[in-house]
Design a protein around this ligand. Structure first.
Ligand code: ZN
Length: 359
């Protein structure tokens, strides 16, 4: 069976491109009568960006609390709030301003506006049946690739499962990349998030599920990440624009990760750690599995003066360590992608727990 691969509809790249958002949105308002729904990272509450957006009286502006990653419970609650505002209408557009958490929240809520049930019903592959409303992504933090990926990731606390709604309907229709928007991101956060692209792409290119287009995108994104993070200043004007492009390419290449993301998912589920930072810890104990990428990563961390304090799993009890193992080993597809079908013989419970204890 061949997969019929979809890419993001339209994209605009360039410093200052946010100014064209108003025109973009006006076109949507003429097509569909419903209000626009704006999702903003709570970081922007009472900040300059909110005042610059083309919000009309009938629109809804929601600030997404990104202290923790999106949960099924949280997404369901926001969906109810949006439905109440819409009174049965469809929105002319749903817009996300933020990083992966905000973009994924927007994607998941959009799916739930046109598909019945709760978010946990759609965690998996090809479960979303009806097209979602029109969506625009405006990343203000680059690296997760959410702007171009076909997944919206949510943590299901009851099931101890971090899994996305993987569907063509989850994808954004329009992406707007304005590097001015990432100028004020704190350095550590910029690194932890940006390096997610590098991780996705090297995991993809060293796996066994491959295709030529994904390989090409991954190679280019890895090159860009090396240029950015091995330079003197990862946050120069040029590098922030390159980072947006790397993230964009990386999102398109995403889907077939390896052993970093499962370990990272364990940390997010059990310790509520953010994805980017969790990836850094996950790679820091996988020198044996990804020697070349591990070496470059350690150089990048030093060159950019990034903090990665050790001892994060110190003091965890046996139940917590088992939960970490279970929330990781459940990701069979990516583990098999790197380690082969017998991945459980390599990633035994003992082996995986020892890695967590080394962090
Ligand atoms: Zn990732």
């Amino acid at each position: 069976m061949f997969r019929n691969a979809k890419n993001v509809g339209y994209y605009m790249i360039g410093k200052g491109s946010l100014l064209q958002l108003d025109d973009m949105l006006q076109k949507r308002r003429l097509l569909v009568k419903g209000p626009a729904i704006f999702f903003l990272d709570h970081f922007f509450q009472n900040r300059d960006l909110s005042a610059r957006l083309p919000v009309e009286d009938s629109d809804l502006v929601l600030y997404v609390d990104t202290t923790d990653e999106p949960t099924t419970h949280g997404v369901d609650a926001i969906t109810e709030q949006v439905k109440e505002h819409l009174h049965g209408k469809l929105p002319c557009a749903m817009l996300a301003f933020g990083g992966g958490s905000t973009m994924d929240t927007c994607k998941c809520v959009a799916n739930l506006l046109t598909n019945p049930g709760k978010s946990e019903d759609y965690q998996g592959w090809e479960l979303v049946k009806n097209p979602a409303p029109y969506k625009i992504a405006v990343p203000t933090l680059s690296g997760t690739g959410s702007e171009t990926s076909r997944t919206g990731i949510v943590c299901n606390e009851a099931k101890n499962l971090k899994l996305g709604m993987n569907s063509d309907f989850t994808m954004f229709d329009q992406v707007l990349l304005d590097p001015d928007l990432t100028a004020s991101v704190p350095r550590n956060q910029y690194f932890y998030t940006g390096i997610d692209t590098y991780m996705h792409c090297f995991e993809s290119i060293t796996g066994s599920y491959r295709n030529a287009v994904v390989d090409a995108l991954s190679e280019k994104a890895i090159d860009l990440c090396k240029r950015i993070f091995l330079s003197d200043d990862m946050m120069s004007d040029d590098n922030r624009e390159l980072m947006m492009i790397a993230s964009f390419l990386g999102g398109m290449a995403a889907g077939f990760v390896g052993t970093v993301h499962p370990i990272s998912a364990g940390l997010s589920m059990v310790l509520h750690m953010h994805h980017g930072l969790a990836n850094c810890y996950a790679l820091s104990v996988q020198e044996d599995i990804y020697p070349e990428y591990y070496r470059d990563f350690m150089t990048m961390i030093q060159r950019q003066h990034i903090d990665l304090p050790s001892g994060i799993c110190k003091g965890l009890n046996d139940d917590e360590l088992t939960a970490l193992y279970e929330a990781s080993i459940v990701h069979e597809k990516p583990l098999a992608n790197r380690l082969g079908p017998d991945f459980k013989k390599i990633f035994t419970q003992e082996n995986v727990i020892a890695r967590f204890q080394k962090m």
